[in-house]
Design a protein around this ligand. Sequence first.
Ligand code: PLP
Length: 256
Amino acid sequence: MPTRRPCVLCLSGHDPVGGAGIHADIESVAAQGVHALSVITALTVQDSRNVARVQAIDTGLLGEQLESLVVDCDIRAIKIGLLGAPAQVPLLAALIDRLRVPVVFDPVLRAGGGAALAGPALEDAILDTLLPRVSLLTPNAAEARRLAHGAQALEACARVLLARGVAGVLVTGGDEPGAEVVNTWHRADAPPLRYAWPRHPETFHGAGCTLASAIAARLALGEAMSEAIATGQRWTQAALGRALVIGRGRRIPGRR
Ligand code: PLP
C-alpha cells in the first residue's frame, strides 16, 4: 500500500539562511508527519541578523502554481507567512474561499532584526481581505499592536483583530520582557487561554514561522484547534531548546 500523507499548503518567503520562511515551514510540517506543498511569495536577501531586501514573486506565476496544486493535491490546511505584494492577497482570498480548510496566518510585518517587511498597502490588504478568512492569526506582540492601530494592551489588540473577522488570535510574547514567554489565544466566544513557557536565554530567527507551520500541520492531521495550538507550542519550545548556530546572528530552531 502506498503511504498517503495529508498536505499543508505553505505560502511564504524564501530565507536563504534557512531559519525562517519556507525552509522553516517545510521542516516543521515534515516533523509532524505531514507533507508541505511550498509556494514562495518572495525572495529575500538576509543573514541571521536582519533582512536587507524583499523581492516579490510575479503574481501570475504564483497563481499558476496555486492552480496546479489545488487541482492535484489533497490540501488539509493552509499556512501563510511573508507576503510579497498587495496583489498577492486577492489570489489567496480566492484560494481560501475555494478550499475551505483551516488557515494559519503568521503576519510577518517586520524582521526580528528590525527591517520592515510589509508596507501600508500590504497591511491594508491583509486587514481588509485576509483577516476575515483566517482561522488562527499568530502575531507577536509588536505585530498585534501594529495591526490593531494604536491599542497597547495585548488583550485590546486581540479584540480589535477579532472584530475584523479573524476566528482566533494567538499573540506570542517572545518579543515582550519577562522570565517567561506568554502566548495567549483569544477567541470571540471564549475567555483567553494563556500559555507560559520558560524563556530560552538566546534570541532566535524563524521561531514564529516554526510555530505557525507546526500548528497548521497539526490541524491537517485532524487535531482540534485547542490541541493543535498546544502541541505546536510544545514542539516549538523543544525545537528552540536544540537551536542551531548557523551564522553570526540569532540561532535558528532545531527542527530535526
Ligand atoms: N524572512 C522571511 C522569509 C520570513 O518569513 C521571516 C519571518 O517570518 C523573516 C525573514 C524574519 O524572521 P525573524 O523575525 O524570526 O528574524
